[in-house]
Design a protein around this ligand. Sequence first.
Ligand code: ZN
Length: 605
Amino acid sequence: MSVAPQKIPPAPRWDLDSIFPGGSGSKEFRTHREKTKTDLDTAATMLRDLPEQITLDSMLVWADFILKMQELDENIDLVRAFAGCLTSQNVDDDEAQAIEAKGDLYHSEWLKLRTELEARSLKQSDEQWAMLLAEPRLKEVAFYLNELRVIARSKMAPQLERLALDLAVSGYHAWNRLYDKMAGDIKVDFTREGKTERVSMGQLATKMADPDRAVRRHAFEKMTEGWETQANLASMALNALSGFRLALYEQRGWESPMHEALVIGRVKQETVDSMWSVIRRLTGRLEPFISAKMKLSGIDKFRWYDEFAPCGKTDTLYDFEEAGRFIVKQATAFSPHMAEFMKMALDKRWVEAEDRSGKRGGAFCTGMGTHKQSRVFMTYAGTFDNLLTLAHELGHAYHGWVLRDRPPFAAAYPMSLAETASIFTETLVVDAALEQATDSQQRLMLLEQKLQAAYVMFTDIHCRYLFEKNFYRERKEGVVPKERLCELMVDAQKRAFAGLLDESGHHPLFWCSKLHFYISDVPFYNFPYTFGFLFAGGVYDRARKEGSSFADKYRALLSDSGSMTTEDVAEKHLGVDLTKEDFWVDAAGRAVADVDEFVKLAESG
Ligand SMILES: [Zn+2]
């Protein structure tokens, strides 16, 4: 890739007007919301009038109701997605924020209808249920409907579930909101080059990737200082949230605290166990990488705040158009279908990339419902990281594109498969850049990018999983005090980092600072990261081996991602058994395969 001069042209803004013209004041968007609200009422009436039993006579009415629910699901998603785009492009768009809240309300109304449908499904015999699913209009969403019925079986009576849902708004989810507010409010003094400023925890987090170790260390110390003042409250929030969860699980008869996470991930515990057991054995292989990185950066003892220390040259900037062309070119070599899509998405301005103030941070890709389009949000400033983010999000968009003709209930893929297409595309692009990079500093940076990802997945994410496992075990017996939470966290880090982190480098308050522990909607929001990373790696490896003949198989795999368990997707499209270790041994092995080259380059540089 050619090196662009340091000044690059501004990246483009997206086109939202072709979805609904006029932003948050859009007449068309308002009409869509009004129709959605009317449809919600219609669905509630349909449900009230729905015959108790599925019979030959009532079958069609049942199917109509289910299809109405599906249509609503898609339309509510569009309300939330479009409003989300508006608030992301302008954080001060109050009207859009109000619309977003309304969308959330629609969603919770919809969930109540679904809960009722779940309860109704239990009143049917297997024969009655099978008869319904044989209805041609429902065939393609049979997996979703069967899953719904299985989930219903493991829940409480409907009136209790309704009560739990209502109580959760001001209880369970409120702890999550309280935590977010508290975390957002913490400010500390941060001094750099004699200048002191008040900064948030989020701002400190970005400083932990500073090339200057003194800056990283200071940021870490300040973060610890900030969280120490709130650790008592964080501990209360964590204990209350998990206590609520465990009490509910007990009433539902769910023995493992992992139950819900596994259902959401459409994955088996055996699969997760196999994956971690392989990771435990292979984490040590990253030792030469960390040693080389330490030597390169003059680090004596590897500590928590060295995790994101950058290596290699990173000052080259790539203009947006060039980045887009590069990604499309790499996609072409693998799949013209994917390349054409990405080119179209860029040409039609589906990507919001401009680097300006007033935008939200982070990046995402979101579908646009019946429009059968997606939009990507990011801030593009020209770094290689930005280029990779663009590739990542375009990968998500391609996943959505492949699924665009599937009914929404057959297109909702689980978290464990959600990152397949994004990481796949990212890896494709990093490898292509590596193949073309002649400069050793650039190679070092690229290899570090790959190994760093493996390091985080193998250690940092693993420690979160181990911590939660052990925390829930103790929480069942009662409240776990702050000091014990710190102990559990350090224990988890000792095991997960397998000696890669110095004794003096642990992060006891990680249970405070990592917001994922407080997300009430998704428990155990950790293993899906490592799972997704390794699964995408396995798919990518197949593509390397089979070349462009794999492109159609890749499409078929993505197309099935919303209507099968992860184990079945892997079995059908890759011919592997995820519950066994073989797949994970290969995948984890490949993730650390570049260690030798990195070490060699680091020594010669
Ligand atoms: Zn992603």
